[in-house]
Design a binder for this molecule. Structure first.
Ligand code: NAD
Length: 249
């Protein structure tokens, strides 16, 4: 209950999804929570929920891209295009929120953290930052940048008490997902289910707490194991085995 007592948690992108779940759990663990989001109505509603439950929370409006034109949902993997068909305006907006936005946030947060003797930064990246897909290239490139940003900050400020890790979710049931997508991903997950926002919130709290004091500069996959194996290879082997009546060769 008190794993984050005495700490201030600034959770960017906490009006919905895994950020909202993380903010709620951090408050339950005793943190004073600042919910920062472009969707101020949502952030205020989540802050009110936390206060009703006995926690401490305030909401702030922030656009991490600092660019009024950016759509609220750019933070998600909405760019279903490959590099040849990529609209550069979409690429620029994706980078502005998903990468430059994270850089901007750190540029302002790190000096404050240094004044207080350090702290823990948790960046939400994605499993697709590690392995290529046929599409979503702007998104995966932006998240690869987040991985390197995480390592750079961990390296530069570790001795001054700042830990910096990235969490790489697989499919998590937030927002609008089609049944086809969920079923397809769960088929390839090693777990028999998809991730929930709470699964990420548990990891966020651990990484924010002093229990993880020796963990920094890590890319932590929370993805039901989908990126821990080669499902296409396994399926090909199974097809070959079937074609040979159960024998492999
Ligand atoms: N849901 C998944 O399956 C999944 C998988 C891998 C990675 N991710 C990543 O995890 C993170 C959270 O995803 P989610 O599924 O909880 O999404 P979500 O859409 O529920 O939450 C994103 C939040 O960010 C806010 N936001 C968007 N643009 C912003 C801006 N410019 N400034 C400030 N706030 C802004 C939104 O208002 C929203 O509250 C994202 O970075 C996403 O790319 C999600």
């Amino acid at each position: 209950m008190d794993r984050l007592r005495g700490k201030v948690a600034i959770v960017v992108g906490s009006a919905t999804g895994m950020g909202a779940a993380g903010a709620a759990l951090m408050a339950q663990e005793g943190a004073q929570v600042v919910l920062a989001d472009i969707n101020i109505a949502g952030a205020k509603a989540r802050a009110a929920d936390i206060r009703r439950a006995g926690g401490e929370a305030v909401a702030f409006e922030v656009d991490i891209s600092n660019e009024a034109a950016v759509e609220a949902d750019v933070i998600g993997p909405d760019t279903a295009t490959d590099i040849l068909h990529l609209d550069l305006a979409i690429f620029d907006r994706t980078i502005a929120v998903n990468l430059r936005g994270f850089i901007l946030t750190m540029k302002h947060a790190v000096p404050e953290m240094l004044k207080r003797g350090g702290g823990s930064i948790i960046n939400t990246s994605s499993g697709v930052s590690l392995l290529p897909q046929l599409s979503q290239h702007a998104y995966s490139i932006s998240k690869s940048g987040v991985n390197m940003l995480t390592l750079a900050v961990a390296t530069a400020y570790g001795k001054q008490g700042i830990r910096c890790n990235a969490v790489l979710p697989g499919l998590v049931l937030t927002g609008q997902l089609t049944q086809d997508l969920v079923e397809g991903v769960v088929r390839h997950n090693l777990t028999p289910y998809a991730g929930l926002p709470q699964d990420l919130a548990n990891v966020f709290v651990f990484l924010a707490s002093d229990e993880s004091r020796y963990i920094t500069g890590q890319l932590i996959q929370v993805d039901g194991g989908i990126f821990a194996h080669t499902p296409t290879y396994a399926e090909t082997m199974a097809e070959v085995a079937r074609a040979h009546g159960g024998r492999r060769s």
